[in-house]
Design a protein around this ligand. Structure first.
Ligand SMILES: Cc1cc2nc3c(=O)[nH]c(=O)nc-3n(C[C@H](O)[C@H](O)[C@H](O)COP(=O)(O)O)c2cc1C
Length: 191
């Protein structure tokens, strides 16, 4: 997958994964994408905690809320479909002027680097931050910001036109996702 638009347009969220581990060189690519991401005033306040042992990933998954739009917890990965890699993006609060935009850029870069190698991801904003910090044994200055679950996708995800303002994504009986997105003409104004 070498065309950047193809990578960006197909980089959907995945919540069920095969158990094939993410190779170490791809993990390194993902972390390099985070390390080298643009950041305000080049402040570099982000740190990364990496879990790839199944028992560690399982503990982090327990602290994660999956697929709020899917009823009855059906979007929560079954144990045999959990991510095989979980990276927690941390902010070093001892660095002045930390920024959510820095996190967003790093997360986008990391998930894109992963997808360019066929590794899917789910960005996790709803995680139990206090318990995650305890699990990771973080010092005072490191705050849990966002999680990212990674792995080789075990389902498909397709963008569909957004109709009648309904933005909720859904899943079919195979566990494949459908994600409504606005058309360009709905969201762009040209001068
Ligand atoms: C900032 C942010 C936080 C998110 N948090 C969660 C989350 O806690 N749990 C989850 O299952 N998905 C989470 N997602 C994934 C979104 O639900 C997903 O991006 C959205 O439904 C659109 O699907 P797409 O990524 O395939 O375009 C998050 C995505 C973003 C960008």
């Amino acid at each position: 997958m070498d065309n950047i638009m193809n990578v960006l347009c197909t980089r959907r969220t995945f919540r069920a994964f095969t158990q094939e581990p993410v190779p170490e060189d791809v993990v390194t690519d993902i972390l390099e994408a985070g390390r080298l991401a643009n950041c305000g005033v080049n402040r570099q306040s982000l740190r990364f905690a990496v879990a790839s042992k199944p028992e560690d990933v399982a503990k982090l998954c327990e602290l994660t809320k999956w697929a709020a739009a899917i009823p009855d917890g059906a979007g929560t990965p079954a144990p045999e479909q959990r991510p095989t890699l979980y990276i927690v993006v941390l902010q070093d609060t001892s660095v002045p002027g930390h920024s959510d935009i820095d996190v967003g850029i790093a997360v986008a870069s990391m998930t894109t680097a992963a997808w360019a190698k066929g590794v899917g991801s789910c960005i996790i904003g709803t995680l139990h931050r206090e318990k995650t910090a305890q699990l990771l044994g973080l010092p005072e200055n490191l705050q849990v910001h966002t999680g990212i679950a990674f792995g080789y996708p075990a389902h498909k995800s397709t963008v569909v036109p957004l109709e009648d303002g309904h933005k909720n994504y859904w899943r079919d009986e195979n566990g494949d996702y459908f994600v409504p997105k606005y058309a360009l003409e709905d969201i762009v104004r040209y001068l």
